[in-house]
Design a protein around this ligand. Sequence first.
Ligand code: NAP
Length: 486
Amino acid sequence: MSKSNEPRVVIIGAGMAGILSGIRLREAGLEDFTIYEKAERLGGTWRENTYPGIGCDVPSHIYSYSFAPNPDWSHLYSPGAEILEYFERVAESHGLIESIRFGEEIVRCEFIRGRWMIETSTGRRDEADFVIAATGVLHHPKLPDIEGFDSFEGACFHSARWDHSVKIDGKRVGIIGTGSTAVQIVGAITERVEKLSLFQRTAQWIAPQENTPYSEEQKSGFRADVKGLHAMRREMAQAFHEAFSNGLLDANSPQMTNLQETCRKNLEENVHDPELRERLRPNYQAACKRLVISPNFYEVIQRPNAELVTDPIECVEPAGVRTRDGTLHELDVLVLATGFRVDRFVRPTEVIGRGGVKLEQVWAERPAAYLSISIPDMPNFFLLNGPNGPVGNFSLIEIAEQQIGYVLQLVELYRSGACREVCVSSDALARFDAERVEATRGTVWSTGCRSWYLDDRGVPATWPWSFERFCEEMSAPKLEDYELVA
Ligand code: NAP
């Protein structure tokens, strides 16, 4: 193979998917790559989110790389700091740190004469044959459109920007939102604060979560039997796909019926005051919104120092939050657990493809990508966990692992000399997306609720097919859907 067929690759982001990309490129014998990371530390979402109670609600043995099982996970669902340490350890043990440029955000990528010209926030210029955007999905905090935030005299921050210099012990703390984040925070801080006010716009179905720690004996058993650990991991993943992922695709599936019943029982058996129970009861199907799981939310929200506020928020005032019934909820700290702008992906990076086509134009209506990976007129530019992928279906790690395997097959076309440029055709993307939209109709996400899974048309921006279909699609690119330029 001639040297000129060895591409240079630039990876955007040193989170879970960026680290994975570096490891996989190196395994494929591709040494010429750089990972650009805007922050001073790797870890993506696990670096940015440090709120009390943060953890992953996908079992840790599944939420880890297939090639780096971790016998030492402390819990079935391990806390965020432990997950961050895991990613750091994997990156270090694979010698990846020297390939990461920290503190440099890629601000612009332009495809000129067959190569991507790259510009970073420090003014550095780089060039690459391929760009892999591993920027994550939930990384731009969404601030609520509520009047008066600036006038608030206490401390106020978004959950993904937790201000650890602010004391919460013995304080009056308000939390806006009832998603996975808010529920974890409530579970972790209520016993520490003087008063907790949870501002709920929409009730959430909550599935119970048992999170017993792994014993030392179990961990040494995992260490001694790595083959067994791999097998357990595979079994857990398969059970997850069967009991949950594949059930999401049919709102009337037995899995969804069971889940609904589990959530209903959780609410009815654990919330004793009938009035509070009804205020906590959602009026839509479980798993229509991203399912929340919690070991203690219902117990904690019934404590004497906790208050569920369901009257709509009118405004924020210097002393607290005023609700529409006229009540002023006096607060020292206000936490905005209000979610993320989920349509950003690689943006705000300016991406300009073949013939000056701007990503901003291509995505003017809404973001789209073929198999959530490739975009027309953006040759040799691939996204991991891009638009309309299985973000709510499977572990994001197993998705990214399969996607990078797919992307490497496209890179291989370049290495073998089959082409210099490869990206999906507009027709193939249009066909794929029409089929995808059609397939979302019977899914649980389409049963009528407000959720971040829905795009601006109310169509689920997700993968509406099974795990098996995902694996099949990822196993080999259908080259007839791609434009190859020699
Ligand atoms: P989210 O699920 O988008 O929830 C945002 C919450 O804020 C919702 O309850 C929403 O109410 C409320 N909200 C937004 N704007 C509001 C306003 N103007 N007034 C009142 N309430 C408002 O965000 P999140 O909880 O940060 O979770 C985002 C995603 O991150 C999750 O779905 C999950 O995928 C991921 N996550 C995962 C874990 C994990 O353990 N793996 C933990 C945390 C987060 P409505 O429901 O009425 O819109």
